[in-house]
Write a protein that binds this ligand. Sequence first.
Ligand SMILES: [Zn+2]
Length: 108
Amino acid sequence: MHELAIAESVVSAVLERTGGRVSVVRLRVGRLAGVVPDALMFCFELAAAGTALEGAALEIEERAGEARCRDCDSRFSMRDAFLLCDCGSADVELLSGRELQVTSVEVA
Ligand SMILES: [Zn+2]
């Protein structure tokens, strides 16, 4: 499962940097990152179990993707994975939406 691998890497990165004295982990997830937040929350609990991060909360901030059309130069936010501008062009540059990053942690 994709989300479990992500959760495990988040847990090990946070453990490595903090030693695990953390009560909240905040994660920013682009809507186009291909991650299901509920599944990620569940997997985070699994990955944290038995480590110093056990019981820490995961807060997920979902971000819509942003794209720019190379034909008409308009910027628009993306609700789904289809890279298509309102003008009909698919010559679209993705500016954001695939990010997956820890934005902050709260030290317990
Ligand atoms: Zn356009």
